[in-house]
Design a protein around this ligand. Structure first.
Ligand code: TXA
Ligand code: MG
Length: 322
């Protein structure tokens, strides 16, 4: 595996052709780092599952460069989905739509729909555009972590997670730390009314305001779609995560900077606001593992903005306490 840190046009051209040749390329997006594979190449996608340790049957998000290319992958697109795409793409939003014949079972997990996203990160954009210019259709990219673990927000974190599972033809593109820090908002657009399956950078409020219609949210307990990020336990470090109780001496602590550190606790992050909280949350959890901490206490942020998504991830990380 090689690490690409100068993201000029030529290196991204090479990375795109490597993808087309069936290799894996991890790349930065504005949310988290993704592990990319040619979404039409069955063998490449099979290797992606094995590198991640992800059970087959969990669908992948396909990344494309623009809304203009959506109809290659999706059909019967409702008007509200077009509106969402026009307003929030490129950006941290994934739409679940009825699939076309291009979206095979090995990408959709056998479901009749497909998750599509147009990322805004300039490296992701350039890589996908180049991949399409060379004849590719879409880049399947789950978060570049082992199944159930914390998503990586730096290239270093990708190396830690997946380095030993990648082979010599694979690449990791280093584009610096991710701006948003948690995964995209996933919206099921296969019914009359949109339904948010995973909260993220595009918030309920933003969607409500745009569509002027009552949107649904998923009930994670009864959800029967095979969606790993929707399982109740996910996004977990090795340390146990708590959102109530008081840390003991040597336990990790994550909270807004306005909250002081309890005596003896090890401060892992002090974000100044909810957006910074999202940016640093996963790296703070990683720091806990790096320091071999057993427990991490998180004081959840409050608000209707990205705090909703952060709370979702905190809840799932605490549920992984086994
Ligand atoms: O921000 C993101 O979305 C990142 C970056 C790399 O784009 N990707 C990401 O992918 O978080 P992943 O695979 O780690 O999480 C995507 C979630 C998974 O829980 C997957 O099961 C679900 O989306 N998903 C994908 N396609 C789906 C579909 N057709 N129907 C329902 N859920 C789907
Ligand atoms: Mg993931």
């Amino acid at each position: 595996m090689s690490i690409i840190s100068d993201c000029d046009t030529d290196t991204l051209k090479d990375a795109a052709s490597s993808l087309l040749n069936g290799n894996l390329v991890a790349f930065p997006t504005e949310t988290v780092y993704g592990l990319g594979a040619d979404a039409t190449n069955k063998d490449a996608v099979a290797r992606l599952y094995s590198v991640k340790g992800r059970p087959v049957g969990h669908p992948l998000i396909v990344h494309i460069s623009s809304l203009e290319r959506l109809d290659k992958w999706a059909s019967d697109i409702p008007e509200y989905a077009i509106k969402l795409a026009m307003n929030f793409w490129p950006g941290p939003m994934t739409l679940i739509l009825p699939r076309t014949g291009l979206a095979k079972d090995f990408v959709t997990g056998g479901q009749d729909n497909i998750g599509i996203r147009v990322p805004s990160h300039k490296v992701a954009q350039a890589l996908i555009k180049e991949f399409e210019d060379q004849g590719g259709f879409g880049v399947a990219a789950p978060s570049a972590n082992r199944f159930g673990k914390v998503s990586p927000t730096t290239a270093n974190a990708v190396v830690t997670e997946l380095g030993k599972f990648l082979n010599s033809n694979d690449h990791i593109i280093d584009g610096g730390p991710c701006e948003i820090g948690i995964e995209s908002t996933i919206i099921d657009c296969t019914r009359d009314v949109p339904k948010i399956l995973r909260p993220g950078g595009i918030t309920f409020k933003m969607i409500d305001k745009l569509l002027l219609m009552k949107i649904k949210t998923t009930d994670v307990i009864t959800n029967n779609i095979k969606t790993s990020g929707l399982m109740n336990a996910h996004y977990a470090p090795n340390a146990k995560v708590y959102q109530t109780g008081t840390p003991k001496i040597g336990d990790g602590f994550i909270a807004l900077s306005s909250v002081s550190t309890p005596d003896g606790a090890i401060r892992l992050a002090s974000p100044k606001n909810n957006y910074e909280f999202a940016q640093v949350f996963y790296s703070a959890l990683r720091l806990a593992d790096y320091k071999f901490l057993k427990n991490v206490y998180v004081v959840p942020p409050i608000g209707e903005d990205i705090a909703v998504a952060i709370n979702d991830r905190i809840f799932k990380a605490t549920n992984a306490n086994y």
